[in-house]
Structures are given as structure tokens and as C-alpha cells.
Ligand binder design. Structure first.
Ligand SMILES: Nc1nc2c(c(=O)[nH]1)N[C@H]1C(S)=C(S)[C@@H](COP(=O)(O)O)O[C@H]1N2
Ligand SMILES: [Mo]
Length: 389
């Protein structure tokens, strides 16, 4: 079977060429290739940044067998995930402007010229849909609203690959136009140039505004400006936001029960009461909670080193570990740690937070806290630690 890619397709009747399909239905100003190129570069920087930081976050959350994510720097995940969410939010006005600049192409005449043209337009449809989905669903996830029938994380991950693929294809197809409009031509003070500068000033102001009113969720000194972000950084017991309360997790009774014990399963299994844990050597660690949703807050933790608990259980120093919560259901009731995290002296089974005993919503009687680790993996209301190797 042999299909000529450039085969001409039948054309729709000219009588359909009305309304926005008319020739010259749109004035050229701000719908020109130079404006599209300038905005496209900005959108490209935004998506490239989100893609790279997203991949890093993904590798930290789901380390593949060949990769041992490092437990340093302690603020690594705070930085990559903070940048991921902040740049995603900042890219929204830029993408809006870019789509507005190129939307007259939706009404280009004829709609498709050839098979090649049809494939090209299809790839742009995929690109636009993917880009919008990533930004909209990402933002909704950050405000903890997931109206989709599917799981957010795998959808966000796979649509990212599809979108980047469509973006690369788009760049290849548009390479001649991009090259021709990449550099500013000395055009003097034309009306088009003035209109473009005006658009860019408005755009810069919008990006500045959405960033300033959200980024305080990750940059603590700016928290007073944090008007649009879903989370108040210090709104919660012990000056730390709560992601999931003990009541929502259904652990109020079990966490407060006098019979609570920590079981450590390994070559020499044992159990400890809270008083036993407090009698062990206590250590301090200043580590942030960095949520995948983009908020992060530094905190001071006190408690027992995880590695001390494991040494006592007779675990070897290369052991991997599983930490299990009292929570019966829910995605975040179990986490596993690679040896680098287990051995790190800053990895604690925390009993104290910011100078006070853990409150019930922050994981009383004991919770995991480790450096350079997504918030979802900092398991609260721990009841069992299992040595895996
Ligand atoms: N058992 C359990 N631990 C959990 C969670 C949970 O739902 N259940 N949520 C996680 C998430 S998503 C985050 S961001 C942190 C937040 O900790 P905090 O509520 O003490 O601020 O706890 C993590 N630990
Ligand atoms: Mo989280």
C-alpha cells in the first residue's frame, strides 16, 4: 500500500466561506508570526522547565530500580516541586496569550490542503489539548480538586510526554517560520511593534501578579502576599499546614490509644511504647514538608533516628525499609525508603514538631520525616517499620 503524503484532498464548497472563515476576517496585528514566535519561545521555556522538574519529582516519588535518589540536598524536592508548580501557574497567562495570537488559524481556508497538512493540524490539536490539560488539571490538583474519573498523577505524567512530543513535532514543522521571526528586525516604530510591546507589558504584569499571589506557598517570606494559593503556609497546629487530618484518615482512636506500640520487624523484632521511644537518644532535624501540590514549609523536628531503630533490630546498613501507618485505607498509608534515606542521620521517626509534641493531625504519636523527600512519602501515625533486605 502506497499513500502519497502530499496527496491533495477534496475542497469544501466556497459558499461555506463565511463569518470567521472569510478572507481577512482578522486584522493582522498581534496575530502575526513574529508575535507568535515571541510568545511561543516563552511558552516553550515554561513547558521545558515544568517537564524537567516534573521528571525529577517523578523519579523521587517512584525511583526506578536503577536509580537511588540521593537524600541530599535536603531542600532538593522543595526546590524542584516548588519551581514546577510556580512555573506551571506562571505559564497559564502566557499560553492564553499565545493561543489568542494564533486562534485565527482555526479558521484558515481551506481547512485542510493535503494529507500532510491534515497531520500537521492534528498534531497542533494534540499539542493544544495536552498543554491545556497539563496546566488546568495541574492547578486543580494543587487546590485538591480532581473532577476526573481517572487518577491525576499517571494522566499528568503521560500527557506530559505526549505534549512534549507534539511540541517537538510542531517546532520541526514551524522551523522555517520560527527562524525567520526569531530575531527582531529593525522595523522602527511601527504600529505592530508598539502593539506587541503593549501585549508583552500586560503579559509580564499578569505573570507577575499570579506569581506574587501564589508563590508565598513555597517561599515563606512572601507568605503574606499568598492570596490566591490554596494553602496558608502557617495555618495549622504548630505553624504547619495539615494535609490530611487524623479524623479524615480515621485514626483518631488508634493514634490516641494507650496500647499504641511501634513494631520494628527485622532479624531481631521488637516493640516500643511512646515512653520507650522518648527514652532513646533524641535528635533534631530542620527539614521542610514539601507537598507535591507545591506548598512547602520549613520545620524543626525532634525524635529518634530511623537508623538507630534499625540497628537495634539487627538490620544491615544496606537495608531498605517499609514504614506503615495506622491508617487502614488511603494511598499514603505505606512508604518505602532506600538505604540512602534510611542511613541519613536527619531521617527521623519524629515525636516533636517546632518544639512541641506532635499534634494528632501532624502524625501523633510518631511520623516519618526525611530529607529531600516528597511530602506524600512522609508518613504520619506510624505503627510499624519493616526491614526489607
Ligand atoms: N498516613 C498518612 N501520612 C501522610 C498523608 C496521609 O494522607 N496519610 N499525607 C501526606 C502528605 S500528601 C503530606 S504533604 C504530608 C503533610 O504533612 P502534614 O499534614 O503534617 O503537614 O503528610 C503526608 N503523610
Ligand atoms: Mo502532599
Amino acid at each position: 500500500l502506497y499513500v502519497r503524503f502530499d496527496v491533495k484532498l477534496p475542497q469544501p464548497p466556497v459558499a461555506w466561506r463565511r463569518g470567521p472563515l472569510r478572507a481577512a476576517a482578522f486584522s493582522a496585528s498581534l496575530h502575526d508570526p513574529r508575535t507568535a514566535t515571541v510568545l511561543g519561545r516563552l511558552v516553550g521555556v515554561g513547558f521545558a522547565t515544568c517537564f524537567m522538574t516534573g521528571l525529577i519529582s517523578h523519579l523521587l516519588k517512584h525511583p526506578p530500580g536503577w536509580l537511588m535518589p540521593p537524600s541530599r540536598p535536603v531542600w532538593g524536592y522543595r526546590l524542584t516541586q516548588g519551581v514546577h508548580v510556580a512555573v506551571g501557574i506562571a505559564t497559564a497567562p502566557v499560553l492564553t496569550a499565545k493561543l489568542w495570537t494564533v486562534y485565527p488559524k482555526l479558521f484558515a481556508w481551506p481547512p485542510v490542503r493535503s494529507l500532510r497538512h491534515a497531520v500537521e493540524r492534528l498534531s497542533i490539536a494534540v499539542l493544544v489539548a495536552g498543554a491545556l490539560f497539563e496546566l488546568v488539571a495541574g492547578y486543580l490538583n494543587a487546590i485538591q480538586w480532581n473532577p476526573w474519573p481517572f487518577a491525576f498523577v499517571p494522566a499528568h505524567f503521560w500527557v506530559a510526554w505526549i505534549t512534549v512530543g507534539a511540541l517537538l513535532l510542531h517546532l520541526a514543522v514551524k522551523a522555517p517560520v520560527i527562524a525567520a521571526n526569531w530575531r527582531r528586525v529593525r522595523e522602527g516604530r511601527t504600529a505592530a511593534g508598539a502593539a506587541r510591546r503593549g501585549l508583552l507589558i500586560w503579559l509580564a504584569a499578569s505573570v507577575g501578579l499570579v506569581t506574587l499571589t501564589t508563590v508565598g506557598q513555597a517561599i515563606t517570606p512572601l507568605k503574606r502576599l499568598d492570596l490566591l494559593a490554596p494553602r496558608e503556609p502557617d495555618d495549622g497546629p504548630e505553624d504547619l499546614p495539615v494535609n490530611r487530618t487524623a479524623a479524615a484518615a480515621g485514626v483518631l482512636g488508634a493514634a490516641r490509644a494507650a496500647g499504641w506500640r511501634l513494631s520494628v520487624l527485622g532479624p531481631r523484632a521488637y516493640e516500643l511504647s511512646l515512653a520507650d521511644l522518648r527514652a532513646m537518644p533524641q535528635h533534631l532535624a530542620s527539614l521542610p514538608i514539601s507537598c507535591v501540590e507545591g506548598w512547602s514549609v520549613p520545620a524543626r523536628w525532634g525524635g529518634v533516628r530511623l537508623r538507630d531503630l534499625l540497628t537495634r533490630a539487627g538490620a544491615c546498613s544496606a537495608a531498605r525499609v517499609r514504614v506503615v501507618s495506622l491508617e487502614r485505607r488511603g494511598q499514603h498509608r505505606v512508604t518505602e525508603l532506600d538505604p540512602d534515606y534510611v542511613r541519613d542521620p536527619l531521617t527521623l521517626l519524629a515525636l516533636d514538631l517546632n518544639g512541641a509534641p506532635l499534634s494528632i493531625d501532624h502524625g501523633f504519636p510518631a511520623r516519618l520525616i526525611a530529607p529531600d523527600r516528597p511530602g506524600v512519602e512522609q508518613t504520619k501515625w506510624v505503627t510499624r517499620i519493616e526491614v526489607l533486605t
